[in-house]
Write a protein that binds this ligand. Sequence first.
Ligand SMILES: Cc1cc2nc3c(=O)[nH]c(=O)nc-3n(C[C@H](O)[C@H](O)[C@H](O)COP(=O)(O)O)c2cc1C
Length: 191
Amino acid sequence: MNAVPVFYATTEGHTRLIAQQIASTLREQGLDSEARALADDMPPVNWLDVRGVVLGASLHGGSHQKVAANFARHEARHLSARPSAFYSVSLSAGSRKPAEVDAARGLAAAFAKAAGWAPNRVACFAGKLAYSQYGFVKRQILRCIAWREGAPTDTRRDYEFTDWAAVRRFALDVAADVHEQTRTPAVRAVG
Ligand SMILES: Cc1cc2nc3c(=O)[nH]c(=O)nc-3n(C[C@H](O)[C@H](O)[C@H](O)COP(=O)(O)O)c2cc1C
């Protein structure tokens, strides 16, 4: 098991892309990290080897993936015992309407609270309107959501809204949390 795994749940793939970017930044900061897809039948995590942890999931129909909620609930004790961070991916997070952005933040905070997990950091990233990946019905639903959010409704192309600089800052903060936690016991031992 790597030292700072980035677990993720995704439906259309964008949360995986963000997880891979976070893991890449963590590696750049000298940490062993890789993006790992959550699955109900995944092997148990060896928490003894984990120095910090990131979990990501995306919003569909107002909630995050069940596999992520189950993982957070079952592993809450281990997640809270080390530097940990949650990121939520959605269209609302990139909305021009402050109430929608607030709603995305509220759902992300509620996700951790419902699991009994107290992450050091919670971030909301705007995702992607992947019209080309949706079937007819999904495309109409997303067109309605997009209209509500003030996002593009021309379904002939895809639109990505992610602020990659913010994703990088988030990963750098996580790396700092992990490095800080590693330093602190050593200082205490000397003192
Ligand atoms: C069927 C469907 C429902 C969605 N519901 C919401 C929603 O309730 N709120 C929201 O902000 N975004 C919603 N989205 C947008 C997704 O969160 C966004 O496309 C995100 O990038 C998906 O990430 P993923 O590719 O990792 O699954 C929805 C997308 C789809 C396809």
